[in-house]
Design a protein around this ligand. Structure first.
Ligand code: SF4
Ligand code: SF4
Length: 419
């Protein structure tokens, strides 16, 4: 399949104009087109496995922009993942990435690892945090880990507000399932709390399965297919069989996993993908869902001042859901928002899962450009619906930049009328 797909590349170069890595480095070997040709040569046994080949293939944000814009319909995503797996099988991974894969492969390990990191955050000396970085992000700018994991701190079943939104009938209007992902669970519980608040306000009963785990995308991107499959099975078991109107995600990368990768991976292993497909059909991103219910939101009429807000469209929001336009329209509809569009709203920020850590110099160039353009529109809030983008954007701001980065859900929730 890969071979046939690779043959389809007409070398037109359209993918070069949308590839953030190529646009930053301006080297043919960084382009999606070149990666495909190298993979083809490797498949044909005319190019040997080497650390250089691994680096060329890995220096990619897995943003999906090449696939979304390729006129030949090439599935770069699957081809790159397959190749990454082959490279890791032969050449292994760095100790840091190996540790990450180990932690993400089991929820109890992740919980333990996050617990240690949380303690570390409390005791790391200020000067050390100021002078050391993780990838391109100074330690002092790393977000504080949640005191209690979000799923532990919240009930598995949450009922709607008695009088919700603009409804006066006091009835529950439906049930949704919330897949929280690791970031909301361990890092940004403000996003999860805001989403619960909005869904309750709208009149939804919310189910947050306790036994969900990492969506597996970081594992798949690092060639750890077997570990990824275990997480996929755990999540399918946690999400299947609920009579819900929608399965909601606050992170479009988790959404990409549930919507596209789960059915594909299950089918590839020769198993029946029925449950994965049923789940995929119900997956929806948080902002599209809220936009559909916009007329039922009741905002606090005491808020009269308008906030200047801008937006960064994460790659998976654009390429997996195509909902970046909805997100921008939603922000513009908010009565308390003065929306300021940046010239590069749809450009990648360079976060890309672990890209900011593995290729800090390239990532830094990308994020600095984003920051420059965000500052140019003079907004006070920068919203984005991806936790890694949020971490990367916020982590690279200077103390005097006067720009706060958060999920649009937090902004929307903060302006709702209290019931
Ligand atoms: S856009 Fe598609 S067909 Fe054109 S060079 Fe890129 S991969 Fe090949
Ligand atoms: S997935 Fe994104 S970063 Fe990777 S080659 Fe394609 S466009 Fe470039």
């Amino acid at each position: 399949m890969t071979e046939k797909s690779l043959q389809n590349c007409g070398k037109c170069g359209l993918c070069l104009s949308v590839c953030p890595v190529y646009k930053t480095l301006k080297q043919e070997q960084s382009s999606p087109r070149a990666k495909l040709q190298l993979i083809k040569a490797h498949d044909n046994d005319t190019l040997a496995t080497s650390p250089l080949l691994k680096e060329i293939v890995s220096k990619c944000l897995m943003c999906g922009s090449c696939a979304a814009n390729c006129p030949s319909g090439i599935d770069h995503y699957s081809i790159f993942m397959e190749m990454r797996e082959k490279m890791v099988e032969t050449l292994g991974e760095t100790p840091a990435i190996k540790s990450l894969i180990y932690l993400l492969g089991r929820e109890y390990r992740l919980k333990f690892g996050v617990g240690l990191a949380r303690t570390g955050q409390k005791f790391v000396p200020g000067r050390f945090a100021k002078n050391h970085k993780l990838g391109n992000i100074p330690l002092k700018n790393f977000p504080k880990l949640n005191d209690i994991p979000f799923r532990k701190a919240n009930d598995e079943i949450i009922l709607p507000d008695k009088r919700s939104g603009k409804r006066s009938d006091k009835k529950q209007i439906g049930t949704v399932l919330y897949f929280t992902g690791c970031a909301t669970n361990y890092l940004y519980d403000d996003t999860g709390l805001a989403f619960i608040g909005i869904l309750k306000h709208l009149g939804y009963k919310i189910i947050i399965p306790k036994n969900q785990t990492c969506c597996s995308i970081p594992l798949l991107f690092h060639g750890a297919k077997d570990r990824a499959l275990k997480n996929i099975t755990t999540n399918i078991n946690a999400l299947k069989g609920h009579a819900v109107d929608a399965i909601l995600v606050d992170c479009s990368t988790c959404g990409e996993a549930l919507k596209n990768e789960y059915p594909r991976m299950i089918e590839k292993q020769g198993f029946d993908p029925l449950e994965a497909k049923k789940i995929a059909a119900k997956v929806q991103d948080s902002l599209s869902f809220i936009d559909q219910h916009f007329d039922n939101l009741e905002f606090d009429s005491n808020i009269t001042d308008k906030l200047s807000v801008t937006y960064h469209a994460p790659c998976h929001t654009r390429n997996s859901f195509g909902s970046h336009i909805i997100a921008e329209n939603l922000l513009q509809k908010l009565p308390f928002v003065n929306y300021k569009k940046t010239v590069d709203v749809n450009e990648c920020c360079g976060g890309g899962g672990t890209f900011f850590y593995e290729y800090p110099k390239v990532s830094k160039k990308m994020v600095d450009k984003k920051i420059e353009n965000a500052k140019a529109v003079q907004a006070s809030l920068w919203t984005t619906d991806c936790p890694v983008c949020r971490m990367n954007l916020a982590g690279n701001l200077n103390d005097n930049d006067n720009l706060q980065v958060l999920h649009p859900l937090t902004l929307i929730h903060s302006a709702l009328k209290q019931t």
